[in-house]
Design a protein around this ligand. Structure first.
Ligand code: AHM
Ligand code: MG
Length: 340
């Protein structure tokens, strides 16, 4: 079929046979994510029209005020997935603990678990700037038919079977990988269908964009400070361009298309960084690698880190391979900063 006309639904069916665990369960899971994405998209698109923006008042486990749409997006994804009985557990950035999904008769024979950041960058909602959803899928390690355990969620990122994001930008895109490259689908809102718009996405060989909250410069580790000076130097193809939306999904998406690096380092005010390993860094790292890029904590591959807790934070350097390697070169001069 001509890629220009392929829908996400057709793509899923077409690719099911290439997927190593092709039971159909996984395809149903991606279908449910597609459905929830459309529902969240609908809510986001009317955020400016109705009075549902602003803080809901609840404080999440990281001590941050939740926005109403965070709560809504979390509920929509959770309910859509739970109703379809296709996973045995869900962990979300917006939930204190993981959710055990019981199937009929309390037993749950489903193999997959879902981890998600239902609405990332949600502080951007009030100012009409892009936000995103990030998701990550693993096979459980505990026996089927028993309730999921924390160990199911604390797997290394290199065990992911799929990961993706939805970018609610000027258009809505669903981008995902099952370990066979990265494909991007754009929603036609008139008919509610995602079309394959960006097949086999790859970082360009040369990247020239760096994305970091430079306002925190004084708090950054020495290696990051030196890398930033390197980016700003007038030499070879530098200085680079600085672009920072403050929405990981959007910053990552732009950098993957145009070539760049996203950095959220440790700092004096956030000694472990800000982003969460399980809901943000691992899925983005999987997508980055599948698109020919790289993701690191400044010293080690993100996907090889062994998670110790659900809401763990790590420093994150992700994007164009050459650029990430350059940051690692600078960071390696300060090995003491590897112990965050
Ligand atoms: P969130 O999960 O609370 O929305 O935080 C994650 C977001 C990322 O999308 C973004 O890149 C980063 O936080 C921005 O942080 P800062 O405002 O510190 O630059
Ligand atoms: Mg987030």
């Amino acid at each position: 079929m001509n890629n220009n006309h392929m829908t996400l639904g057709e793509f899923i069916i077409d690719n099911q046979k290439h997927f190593k665990y092709s039971s159909g369960e996984f395809s149903r899971l991606i279908n449910a994510i597609r459905l929830a994405a459309k529902a969240v998209n609908h809510e986001i698109r009317k955020a400016g029209l109705v009075d549902i923006t602003g803080a809901s008042g609840d404080i999440n486990i990281q001590g941050e005020t939740q926005q109403k749409l965070d709560v809504l997006a979390n509920d929509l994804f959770k309910q859509t997935i739970i109703n379809r009985e296709i996973v045995c557990g869900i962990a979300s950035e917006e939930e204190d603990d993981f959710v055990i999904v019981h199937g009929k008769n309390k037993a749950n024979d489903n193999k997959y678990i879902l981890l998600m950041d239902p609405l990332d960058g949600s502080s951007n909602i009030d100012v009409n700037v892009s936000v995103g959803t990030i998701f990550s899928i693993y096979r459980r390690v505990s026996p089927e038919g028993t309730p999921v355990t924390e160990e199911d969620f604390l797997q290394k990122g290199n065990q992911q079977v799929a990961a993706g994001y939805i970018a609610y930008g000027t258009s809505t895109m669903l981008v995902f990988t099952t370990g066979k490259g990265v494909n991007g689908f754009t929603l036609n809102p008139a008919i509610g269908t995602f079309y394959l718009s960006n097949p086999n996405m790859k970082f360009p060989d040369i990247g020239k964009i760096y994305s970091i909250n430079e306002g925190n410069y004084v708090h950054f580790p020495k290696g990051v400070k030196e890398y930033l000076k390197y980016c700003q130097e007038e030499k070879e193809n530098r200085p680079y361009t600085s672009r920072y939306i403050g929405s990981l999904v959007s910053d990552f998406h732009r950098n993957m298309i145009k070539g760049g690096i996203y950095i959220y380092p440790t700092s004096a005010i956030g000694p472990k960084g800000k982003l969460r390993l399980l809901y943000e860094c691992n899925p983005m790292a999987f997508i980055a690698e599948q698109a020919g890029g790289k993701a690191s904590d400044g010293y080690k591959r993100i996907l090889d880190l062994k998670p110790t807790e659900l809401h763990q934070r790590v420093p994150f350097f992700c994007g164009n391979t050459q650029m990430v390697e350059k940051t690692e070169e600078f960071m390696s001069k300060y090995p003491e900063d590897a112990n965050y």
